[in-house]
Design a protein around this ligand. Structure first.
Ligand code: XMP
Ligand code: MG
Length: 179
């Protein structure tokens, strides 16, 4: 299935049903890992918002949510390497079990930056869940990356929270740029 987002054509690569199955499986693993604990789920805006909404609603322990925002793309399709902290975490994470949620890890630059920043705030534990990872683009080894929804090709994608020129976030599947 194809769709146009802004001025470009994209094709469906992961449909809503596949995403739900995978997100539910990750939630199941988190339910086992954090049973009896009270984790703090930290989402990286804007891209995490749909993934986070679906994931936390399948989590069965008392969990809290918080957000941060780091931008690297500034509207384009390639990372600029220049990270900008647009929204700092508003909660103290010292001693907390933190689960960091990211929509996609491309080079790994954003996650590395965030992990370093969060670690300095002394959480009791820190793991990362990323809905998508592009293994061929990764330039960092991210030891904290424990749960990955899908490994995808090194091609630009939109949908399920991810955007191209701020559009396409509301698509219910993941769509890849047609080149
Ligand atoms: P890095 O390279 O820092 O990139 O791992 C991660 C951030 O870049 C954005 N990103 C994308 N956004 N489609 C998008 O809509 C993509 O294919 C894509 N690849 C990376 C995303 O914001 C992520 O946080
Ligand atoms: Mg974006």
């Amino acid at each position: 299935m194809k769709t146009t987002v802004a001025d470009l054509e994209f094709k469906l690569i992961i449909d809503a049903e596949e995403i739900k199955t995978r997100v539910d499986a990750i939630a199941g693993a988190l339910n086992a890992e954090y049973a009896g604990k009270k984790p703090l789920v930290v989402g990286v805006l804007n891209g995490c918002f749909i993934f986070m909404a679906d994931l936390v609603r399948q989590m069965n322990m008392p969990c809290e949510v918080a957000f941060t925002k780091v931008a690297s793309y500034h509207g384009g399709m390639k990372t600029t390497w220049q990270l900008r902290n647009d929204l700092d975490l508003a909660v103290d994470i010292e001693g907390r079990d933190v689960i960091l949620l990211e929509d996609i890890s491309d080079t790994g630059n954003t996650l590395s930056f965030l992990i370093e920043d969060l670690k300095q705030r002394n959480p009791a534990s820190l793991i990362v869940c990323a809905l998508l990872v592009k293994p061929a683009a990764q330039q960092y080894h991210i030891a904290e990356l424990k749960y990955v929804g899908f490994e995808i090709e090194d091609k630009f994608v939109v949908g399920y929270g991810l955007d191209y020129k701020e559009q396409g976030r509301n698509l219910n599947g993941i769509y890849q740029l047609v080149v």
